[in-house]
Design a binder for this molecule. Structure first.
Ligand code: ZN
Length: 66
């Protein structure tokens, strides 16, 4: 029973472009369901590092003000 449900679910999935939300670099193909949207946006490893750095800086600045 569970296996039948699983294969039905993957039939409904379709391939979409997975892009980096920051630099729009195509990261690959992701499989999405009909209600999950057209793009699977995230950060590529490079931008993820940059964003993490920004957050660290922001937190440190807030600390300095106090
Ligand atoms: Zn990126």
């Amino acid at each position: 029973m569970a296996e039948t449900l699983k294969s039905k679910e993957s039939e409904n999935k379709y391939p979409v472009m997975s892009r980096c939300a920051a630099c729009k670099k195509i990261m690959g193909i992701a499989f999405m369901g009909p209600n999950e949207g057209e793009f699977s946006d995230g950060f590529c490893p490079e931008c993820f590092e940059k964003e993490a750095e920004k957050i660290r800086e922001f937190k440190e600045k807030r600390k300095e003000k106090k």
